[in-house]
Design a protein around this ligand. Sequence first.
Ligand SMILES: [Zn+2]
Length: 144
Amino acid sequence: MALYTDTVMDHFMHPRNVGEIADADGVGEVGNAKCGDIMKMYLKIKNNVIEDAKFETFGCGSAIASSSMATEMVKGKTVDEALAVTNRQVVDALGGLPAHKLHCSVLAEESIKAAVRDYYDKNGIAYDRSGFPDCESCEGCHMV
Ligand SMILES: [Zn+2]
């Protein structure tokens, strides 16, 4: 059996929504030490809806495929819906990832949350901090 599904390979070879949004409303950058992946997520948010999402990822194929899929999944969603996207949903949408690569998809979920948190901070919107990754005590990733 191939290590990566066709969907993973497709998003890795032809990632969607690559680049930056110069006037993004929220930017989140996360990384993990295991693969050296760094993922930067840009969100354009209007009336609480994510109008556009782009990413820049430096890292392994799984991280690139996960962030590509994640941007596709959050576009058109409300902020709350985007926050509810889990790395498991990203993995399922990709048709699965090898077990030792699952941590790369976690970055996709965390980069969305980090970008939304940035949006909340910039706009003075109150939020529940417990709903966001506590990266100071997490070994798998760190805010950069
Ligand atoms: Zn990785």
